[in-house]
Design a protein around this ligand. Structure first.
Ligand SMILES: Cc1cc2nc3c(=O)[nH]c(=O)nc-3n(C[C@H](O)[C@H](O)[C@H](O)COP(=O)(O)OP(=O)(O)OC[C@H]3O[C@@H](n4cnc5c(N)ncnc54)[C@H](O)[C@@H]3O)c2cc1C
Ligand code: SF4
Length: 334
């Protein structure tokens, strides 16, 4: 498989990158590590005329902490996040999620956190070569009017399999998006559309510059299930955050349960999360109840399009959530 032809630019300042994006808009794509983008281009899934590389934008590669929490530049390599003691200590769910991405070669060679969040949604009916897809009627994402993953659907149900986004949503992270002359901050939870063809609420002239993780994420954990321990994307994953009460240290004041690889975006499950409020860190029965509620809430969003059977993936949601809750609670009570 060969890459299609494209023009390339590698600006060395954010300002120049935003100028290029404002000029080329829909014709351009951002190239971070390329481990998602270039694979899709080789498969003929997209043919951008212009690539804007972030390779020389060192100003977008950092991990730092201030009074607002932790700030991570969008071009920060996954390897730097894995190696960061700060992330390991204060946002362990993210550290674990990055450790699980693909393979060591992806984490250490090129993959970035921005690219991880913004990787395209996936579906085994679609993420195939041109040749494979040419043998049958096009689905919504290929410009057609049907969906192979759901019998009656007016839209694409491709699945978000980002490990990083699932963990970050559990942490209540925000994204800083910049365009020429403007900047806005959105909650990761509100960053998704309901259409797998264009899953992100990101304008063509906008770039992700920074990820903000609030204070108080040290009791967090991440679990995932994949066919193999390397190379494979998650078929179910869960990120959780448990917050301690100011007065009762052994009590959960607030919780966030997020399930990934089960829908068009990671799913923040508010009802299941609320079941943990006021419970003790050692209350395994409460964890089981919340994990079962998470499974029931996530099930309607999933379709059979990322491997394993849908029944198996649904059943595994409660397992992943329970394991993650147990792990986060262990960090709290030691
Ligand atoms: C074999 C294989 C296994 C993989 N397994 C996993 C896995 O288990 N879990 C997982 O989460 N991922 C997995 N991936 C996907 C991918 O490798 C990682 O998600 C990686 O972190 C993507 O980062 P990147 O910098 O290479 O992204 P790129 O490919 O450079 O970019 C991905 C997308 O994001 C856009 N983009 C990137 N940065 C920005 C920015 N700052 N602003 C705006 N748009 C931007 C690009 O235009 C592109 O559309 C796998 C990939 C492969 C090939
Ligand atoms: S979910 Fe449906 S429309 Fe979307 S890529 Fe898969 S088959 Fe195509």
């Amino acid at each position: 498989m060969r890459l299609p032809r494209f023009e390339y630019s590698g600006p060395n300042t954010l300002e120049k990158a935003l100028d290029l994006l404002a000029t080329h808009r829909e014709d351009a794509k951002i190239l971070a590590g390329g481990t998602d983008l270039l694979v899709r281009m080789k498969k003929g899934l997209l043919t951008p005329k212009f690539l804007i590389s972030l390779k020389a934008l060192n100003e977008l590669s950092y991990i730092k902490e201030d009074t607002d929490g932790i700030k991570i530049g969008a071009r920060t390599p996954l390897a730097d996040i894995i190696a960061s003691d700060l992330i390991q200590k204060k946002a362990p769910a993210l550290s674990e999620a990055c450790r699980k991405v693909g393979a060591v070669t992806i984490q250490h060679y090129r993959g970035t956190i921005g690219g991880n969040i913004l990787q395209d949604n996936r579906c085994f009916h679609y993420n195939q070569s041109d040749f494979h897809r040419s043998g049958r009627q096009a689905c919504h994402k290929d410009g057609g009017k049907i969906c192979y993953a759901r019998d009656v659907s007016d839209r694409c149900n491709s699945t978000c399999q980002s490990d990083g986004a699932t963990a970050l949503m559990a942490l209540g992270a925000k994204l800083v998006l910049a365009g020429k002359g403007h900047q806005r901050i959105v909650n990761l939870e509100n960053f998704y559309t309901t259409d797998g063809i264009a899953p992100f609420a990101l304008e063509a002239h906008e770039l992700l510059t920074q990820i903000l993780i609030p204070e108080g994420c040290d009791r967090s954990a991440y679990q995932r299930l994949a066919y193999r321990s390397a190379i494979d994307y998650p078929i179910v994953c869960a990120g959780v955050l448990l917050k301690a009460s100011d007065t009762q240290k052994d009590e959960i004041a607030d919780a966030r349960i997020v399930v990934g690889a089960m829908g068009r975006s990671p799913l923040f499950l508010a009802k299941a999360s609320s079941l943990l409020k006021g419970k003790k860190y050692r209350d395994l029965e409460a964890f089981r109840t919340a994990a079962k509620a998470a499974m029931d809430s996530a099930e309607p969003f999933a379709v059979h399009n990322v491997g394993a059977t849908l029944e198996y993936r649904c059943a595994m949601v409660s397992q992943m959530v329970f394991k993650a809750l147990e792990q986060a609670a262990c960090a709290a009570v030691g």
